[in-house]
Design a protein around this ligand. Structure first.
Ligand code: C5P
Length: 221
């Protein structure tokens, strides 16, 4: 369904700049935007609030089925879970880490699959995540795997948090990002990996504008 509607997928590790770049591309093209990480993060919030154990796969699947999630439009879309704005809660590193623990479960991923595919609407979609080009939109027309060195990703994230007034140790942050990446790469279901037909973009020494232009150029190739 909707297979003819164009999709650009951006997959890659934490802190590579996927969110910023994806939103800018969606805006430039007038396409829809899917932040699939926000869906997984919202589920983590739901799990915490319900007091469900991180090992209780059936309980987590139930919450995933019941979760009433919507995105409000804006430069950075607000995330609304069951009527509450959880945008701030889902951006913490703690939430990211819990999220990567529940994201390893196949039945949980299966339950969220349809929710993500519903974002494929005309005139097009930019989808950001870990398995967008390999699983969710495996037939996407434009695929990017966006990465950057671990050191660069940690220092970008550190700067972002600092700007928000959150002071954390750079070494601790680098370790957390590394752990999260390892869980995302090593899981057996839909691990983070570059699709065979994706273009690799290493943003370590590129400006955001350069990355955006590199991705937009794919539409002309
Ligand atoms: O992209 P973001 O950092 O918000 O993702 C948070 C976590 O959600 C990732 O570390 C990963 O474990 C999980 N995730 C996923 N598949 C996606 C998007 C996110 O497993 N498509």
């Amino acid at each position: 369904m909707g297979d003819n509607i164009p999709v650009m997928t951006l997959d890659g590790p934490a802190g590579a700049g996927k969110g910023t770049v994806s939103r800018a591309i969606a805006k430039a093209l007038g396409w829809h935007y899917l932040d699939s990480g926000a869906i997984y993060r919202a589920l983590a919030v739901s799990v915490q609030d319900a007091g469900v154990s991180l090992e209780d796969i059936d309980g987590i699947v139930e919450l995933a089925k019941r979760m009433n999630l919507s995105f409000e439009s804006g430069d950075v879309p607000a995330v609304i879970l069951d009527g509450h704005n959880i945008s701030d809660r889902i951006t913490t590193e703690v939430c990211g880490n819990i999220t990567s623990k529940i994201a390893v479960y196949g039945p949980v991923r299966q339950t969220l699959l349809q929710k993500q595919r519903e974002f494929r609407k005309a005139p097009g979609l930019v989808a950001d995540g870990r398995d967008m080009g390999t699983v969710v939109f495996a037939n996407a027309q434009f695929k990017v795997f966006l990465t950057a060195s671990a050191q660069e990703r940690a220092s970008r994230r550190h700067k972002q948090l600092k700007e928000k007034g959150i002071d954390v140790s750079l070494t601790g942050l680098a370790k957390e990002i590394e752990e999260r990446d390892r869980r995302d790469i090593e899981r057996s279901v839909a691990p983070m990996k570059m699709a065979d037909d994706a273009v690799l973009v290493d943003s370590s020494d590129m400006s955001i504008e350069e990355v955006i232009n590199r991705c937009l150029a794919l539409l002309d190739s």
